[in-house]
Design a protein around this ligand. Sequence first.
Ligand code: ZN
Length: 76
Amino acid sequence: MLPQTEGRKLRLFQETDPLKQWYSLGELRFCAKCEHLFSGHDIRVSEDENGAVQFRCPTSGCDGQWEDWEYPQLHL
Ligand SMILES: [Zn+2]
């Protein structure tokens, strides 16, 4: 089931991201694969054919996932 509200989306991030803490969807992440900065709002959430929720980098053509997304402070 895809999250229908911002609060549910945030909770889903908190439960699913194995590496980072999420306090709000406005937090920024830096994708190491495409070298773009984006916020939690931008992360693409979709369901695969088995109903499992998938998370993808918002950059088109980038298959970045949780392990590729870093805290942006590291790049300032
Ligand atoms: Zn990316």
